[in-house]
Design a protein around this ligand. Structure first.
Ligand code: PMP
Length: 353
């Protein structure tokens, strides 16, 4: 291992543990994954119950009917769209598509933990660049790293903070390599949508997912938007048949029939987020970071694991973060549906009494 670059598979195995998110006994409210607390689009559940296609046949190599539906929904050409087994799959493939082993990727810190993990697994060295104090990505420092790839999630996970479209556009203009913008939580933010720009720009890839606002995490479908050459390279690096027949069909139906349902649940999530932010801000020794996602991020002045354990003893699972750059220990709360809000607010009062 040199400069954080993993040079062989034995070193990989030694350095990187399998990702784990254990199921927790006794938990009624699991707020760890930022999924849709209201469930799945009604048309998706109907389409799932009605699927009668042949499972003996492979799905389309590149999920063509779904790609066409996404292209129409976004307003770009089908050649600009790549789908994968969750956006995870496409972020992973991006390292192989746009970098060589030994290259570097600069990313804000903290950010989505799979990014440095996928980087190392592909022989690419992650360079962590602290977020600015306002929670936005430090564009100048990301550029100054001169890394081949730059990744920015906006809204960012776990902080929920955004980087302005103007700052991201500046980054894309100035960066020599490829810029990866992860919009997994864009439906909960007012500003974030670089998809049209990605289709029209040589060095920008935007990632979206059906796992969050779209309520379909169990199907594992995400997509990327990019100019045709970048989309093609991503398709090659990803490989064929990544999205199952059932997932392709159910997501296609949801896109056609339930965009309004998704938008409405996203508004509900934003309303609940505001309630949670206020409740947390009223507690002592809790610093709430204003969020643009479907979750609330709060820095705490004691070990986050201890705080999470107190929530867990009340049947609530939250994500605990330990010693984050710029924030220290912190808790991330996914929003709940209205019927669970009283329980969560009560727990917040007790846990931070
Ligand atoms: N990007 C971000 C910022 C995320 O938080 C997540 C999920 N936690 C993903 C991508 C991956 O989502 P999926 O693979 O389910 O599309």
């Amino acid at each position: 291992v040199e400069d954080g670059v993993v040079s062989n598979s034995i070193a990989r195995d030694a350095m990187i543990d399998p990702y784990s998110s254990p199921s927790l006994p006794g938990v009624e409210l699991d707020l760890r994954d930022n999924t849709n607390a209201w469930g799945s689009p009604p048309s998706a559940l109907q389409a799932l119950a009605a699927t009668n296609g042949s499972l003996a046949a492979y799905p389309g190599v590149n999920a063509e009917p779904l790609v066409a539906a996404i292209a129409a929904h976004v307003g770009v050409a089908p050649s600009a769209v790549v789908v994968g087994c969750g956006s995870d799959d496409l972020i992973d493939a991006a390292f192989r598509a746009y970098a060589q082993p030994g290259d570097r990727i600069a990313h804000p810190d903290p950010t989505f933990s799979m990014v440095p993990r996928f980087a190392r697994l592909n022989g690419v060295a992650p360079i962590a660049v602290p977020l600015r104090t306002d929670g936005s990505a430090d564009i100048d420092a990301l550029l100054a790293s001169r890394a081949r790839l730059v990744y920015v999630a906006s809204p960012n996970n776990p902080t929920g903070t955004c980087t302005s479209p103007a700052a991201l556009t500046h980054l894309v203009d100035r960066h020599d390599g490829v810029v990866l913008v992860d919009e997994a939580y864009a439906e909960f933010s007012e500003l974030q949508d670089l998809r049209a720009l990605a289709a029209a720009t040589e060095n920008l890839v935007v990632f979206r997912t059906f796992s969050k606002a779209w309520g379909l995490a169990g199907l594992r479908v995400g997509y990327a938007i990019a100019s045709e050459p970048l989309a093609r390279a991503l398709t090659v690096a990803r490989g064929p048949y990544r999205v199952t027949t059932v997932a392709q069909e159910v997501v296609r139906v949801a896109l056609e029939h339930d965009a309004a349902w998704v938008a409405s649940r996203a508004r509900d999530a934003v309303a609940v987020r505001t309630r949670l932010e206020r409740a947390l801000a009223a507690r002592k020794r809790v610093r709430v970071i204003p969020s643009q996602g479907n979750f609330v991020f709060a820095a705490v002045e004691e070990p986050a694991m201890a705080v999470a354990a107190r929530f867990q003893s009340r049947g609530i699972a939250v994500r605990a973060f330990d010693s984050l750059t710029g924030y220290g220990d912190a808790i991330r709360f996914g929003v709940v549906a209205e019927n669970a809000l009283a329980q969560l607010l009560q727990a917040i009062e007790e846990v931070f009494a």
